[in-house]
Design a protein around this ligand. Structure first.
Ligand SMILES: [Zn+2]
Length: 69
């Protein structure tokens, strides 16, 4: 995942916040986020946290971290 230009908006449908990260579409879809079809997707801070949270939850080894919140 790389840095992105300022002013790019989040790719999640219904979200128009400024994106902070770009991630490959396949990885984002794998955690169930509803994003527009494109090669890479851009996530705002909130959706990036959601993506990280879900990808960790899926790799059950680290699930305790999120259960403890
Ligand atoms: Zn967003």
């Amino acid at each position: 995942m790389g840095r992105i230009a300022k002013g790019t908006s989040c790719s999640v449908i219904t979200c128009d916040e400024v994106a902070v990260r770009s991630i490959s579409t396949a990885r984002v879809e794998a955690v169930g986020l509803d994003v527009a079809e494109q090669r890479r997707v851009y996530l705002c801070r909130r959706h990036y946290r959601e993506y990280k949270k879900k990808s960790r939850t899926d790799s059950r080894l680290e699930r305790w971290r999120w259960d403890a919140r």
